[in-house]
Ligand binder design. Structure first.
Ligand code: HPA
Ligand code: ZN
Length: 333
């Protein structure tokens, strides 16, 4: 089964590139940039990765990315992950990145964008891996700042597939970002939003009604609201569920008690992703294997999940058709 899952052409819709920063690269970049880390070794970093909740993780996530300073750093970060993902059989990634988290540290937007766009170019030309770009905004910072950053990013608007909404969800409802998503829509840019990870089901409804998003990141708490669940089913709104992330951040006690099987039973359009693979115990393949072990899912389920992801991916139609065909071929082997 592990070999089947590795060979299956997989698509990941929910990945924060800053969350793919492995401790080894963190040390390398710290040394390159003359930055003192709070850790003495890679093992010490790994030992610190135990979280009680989303905020506990975010504290380390924002601290870890402090080593990213130049376009070369962002290029190395992204290409490092793209190569690893490709070796696990990933063929497409819609990548979130957090410009505000870098701007507030004094890193210019141009450095972030140049490095990430160059890595995307390299992945698409040499790795057989396509990459979508999701510029994410931090919901625990003021909407005014998000609007300014979106404006500042105007030279890159044509390179964005969507804007996203992430960071601390509790008490930071989607509706506060209505003006931002409206601005993006007017610029022809779609929206996606994290909702229903730690926040209530109502945040999912808000993201749909107020932000007009085309996908919900996480969304696992939708089951607390029957009418909302039925709406998600009817409209086939894709949920990008992140199994290992939900265990690490204690959204669920253990994978065996994760609502994933229930979400599938309800007929929802589900995909699986790794979220922050360097922090949550592995990439997309590890998430697939963990689901097989916890839920006993067989080939057809993984095939369906990856078909869902491909159908919803930010990708050109020629590449989508080609990958759908490759998925079918692998599945029927
Ligand atoms: N949730 C919210 N914000 C994030 C996450 C997440 O899982 N990862 C990086 N930023
Ligand atoms: Zn996320």
């Amino acid at each position: 089964m592990q070999e089947y899952l590795r060979a299956l052409p997989k698509t990941e819709l929910h990945l924060h590139i800053e969350g793919s920063l492995e401790p080894e690269l963190m040390f390398e970049l710290a040394q390159r940039n003359g930055i003192e880390l709070d850790y003495a070794s890679v093992d010490e970093v790994k030992a610190a990765y135990h979280f009680d909740d989303l905020q506990g993780f975010l504290n380390l996530y924002y601290q870890g990315m402090n080593v990213l300073r130049t376009r070369q750093d962002f290029f190395d970060l992204a290409l490092d992950y793209f190569k690893r993902a490709r070796s696990e059989g990933v063929v497409h990634i819609d990548m979130h990145f957090d410009p505000q988290a870098h701007l507030i540290r004094g890193v210019a937007l141009e450095e972030v964008m140049a490095g990430l766009l160059e890595a995307k170019r390299e992945a698409e030309s040499s790795l057989d891996l396509s990459v979508g770009m999701i510029m994410a905004f931090l919901r625990d910072r003021p909407v005014e700042e998000a609007l300014e950053v979106f404006e500042q990013a105007a030279p890159y608007h044509s390179r964005l597939d969507a804007i996203g909404l992430d960071s601390a969800e509790r008490d930071n409802p989607p509706i506060e970002f209505k003006a931002l998503f409206e601005r993006a829509r007017n610029a022809g840019i779609k929206g996606v939003a994290h909702a229903g990870e730690e926040g209530p089901a109502d945040y999912i409804r808000q993201a749909l009604d107020e932000l007009d998003v085309v996908r919900i990141d996480h969304g696992v708490r939708c089951l607390e609201d029957e009418a909302l669940t039925e709406r998600l089913r009817q409209e086939q709104v894709v949920l990008t569920v992140c199994p290992l992330s939900n265990v690490c951040l204690k959204v669920v006690d253990r994978l065996e008690s994760h609502p994933l099987p229930a979400l599938l039973d309800k007929g929802l359009k589900i995909t699986i992703s790794s979220d922050d693979p360097a922090y949550f115990g592995g990439g997309l393949l590890a998430n697939h294997i963990a689901c097989h072990e916890a839920f006993g899912w067989e080939e057809s389920t993984f095939q369906a999940l990856n078909r869902n992801a491909l159908e919803e991916a930010f990708i050109d139609e020629a590449r989508r058709s080609e990958l759908l065909e490759r998925l079918t071929k692998t599945a029927n082997r």
